[in-house]
Design a binder for this molecule. Structure first.
Ligand code: HEM
Length: 375
């Protein structure tokens, strides 16, 4: 029996492989921003807490300044989280709508609450950054923003895993049609969520190494960022690798076998592991030698992004193989390609990415004034 709603009779206007490629690319960009935010908030809050509770101690001023360097960028990172979340959401709806719409309705109250949680989280990030700039104790705002961001991440993980389990949909709907329940009985949810949390701290360690290469930050703070970013990424990439194995082992036997048998998924899995080893090396170098250079920063950023891209591809394999167990084949769609529209879309897409790159480069170059906390 097919447990999914009937397929939309309107054919796809572009080939499945094109939607998939765009989906994975934009989702990797979304995940990069998400990871920076999930880890960045808690690290900045922790540094602000340490700095403001040990005022007068030698490390306190560096901790407060390092906290500010991260906190002041978080509202901008949040902008990227949101804007880079929209494209993969659209592509996911095109490819997996029958599964994703159903699971979204089943957790409807939680799903819609993301808008409210996100708005409050955003406001807290502005308060956090403003207080951190004034050199005040700001960690309470940071901590509250982090809790909300984690709840949002949990809701996303719950939805992205519930969409893979049509077998439980009926039972969930019978329990309540109001969308008030989040699934808790799926063994893949918590490892997957913890993998993203650990990934957030790895990404933030690499981000701190990148920040250490920024000239507008005082040199003592840059050394502090290079050393501590390196230490953080070093520890967290190990923790993340452990979580990756938990995620893998939580999958059904047939999915694990499928991942091992498919060349694309196998390559992205090994690619992720190789990049994890590289991250370990870059992090250890930064922790020990405190390079605080633009080269070290861009090296850290590149290995970080590539590892997230590999993870996104592997994760896509987990989804397709799991859906395959319920006879959902994402490739099995009627396609009537409208090439003129596809061509126009691709031109606009490339222009859009160019504008995004330009915006980031303006941001990177704009602040030549020194970043100092006011007290
Ligand atoms: C604080 C804000 C956000 C956080 C912490 C967050 C976090 C996450 C996490 C952890 C996942 C992966 C879930 C998993 O598969 O285990 C995810 C997936 C996703 N997020 Fe976000 N997200 C946020 C905001 C947004 C927004 C505003 C959008 C869209 C407008 C968005 C779109 C997506 C999409 C489309 C996916 C997955 C799509 C797919 O699997 O194909 N996110 N997000």
């Amino acid at each position: 029996m097919n447990l999914f709603p009937a397929v939309d009779p309107i054919p796809l206007p572009a080939p499945v492989w094109l939607f998939k490629a765009l989906h994975i690319l934009t989702l990797a960009l979304h995940f990069t921003a998400v990871e920076m935010m999930l880890g960045g908030i808690i690290v900045a809050a922790w540094l602000n807490f340490r700095g403001s509770s040990n005022r007068g101690a030698p490390a306190s001023s560096q901790q407060l300044r390092a906290a500010f360097s991260i906190a002041r960028r978080l509202p901008v990172v949040m902008t990227f989280v949101i804007n880079l979340g929209v494209p993969p959401l659209l592509f996911a709806q095109v490819l997996y709508g029958r599964a994703l719409y159903t699971s979204s309705v089943l957790i409807g109250l939680w799903w819609i609450s993301v808008v409210v949680l996100l708005t409050i989280c955003y406001w807290l990030l502005y308060r956090f950054a403003a207080r951190a700039e004034a050199g005040k104790s700001a960690w309470g705002f940071g901590l509250a923003a982090w809790v909300l961001a984690e709840v949002i991440a949990r809701i996303y993980t719950s939805n992205m895993t519930l969409m893979l389990r049509p077998g439980v949909w009926n039972q969930m709907y019978s329990k309540s049609a109001l969308g008030v329940w989040l699934p808790t009985d799926d063994p893949t949810i918590t490892p997957r969520w913890l993998f993203m949390l650990a990934g957030g701290l790895t990404a933030t360690g690499l981000w701190m190494i990148w920040l250490a290469g920024r000239k507008q930050i005082e040199s003592q703070v840059r050394n502090y960022l290079a050393a501590n970013g390196g230490r953080l990424a070093l520890v967290m990439i190990v923790a993340q690798t452990v979580m990756a194995f938990f995620v893998f082992n939580a999958q059904p036997e047939a999915v694990r076998a499928g991942l091992a048998a498919n060349l694309v998924y196998k390559t992205s899995g090994f690619g992720w592991l190789s990049l994890a080893a590289l991250i370990l090396g870059v992090a250890a170098w930064s922790a020990l030698a405190k390079p605080a250079t633009a080269f070290a920063g861009w090296l850290a950023a590149s290995v970080g992004f590539l590892s997230i891209a590999c993870m996104t591809l592997y994760r896509d394999g987990i989804r397709d193989l799991t859906l395959g167990l319920s006879n959902y084949d994402v490739w099995d769609r009627v396609v009537v390609t409208n090439w003129s529209v596809v061509g126009l879309f691709l031109v606009l897409f490339v222009i859009g990415l160019g504008v995004l790159g330009w915006l980031i480069s303006v941001m990177v170059r704009a602040k030549t004034v020194s970043e100092r906390v006011t007290s």
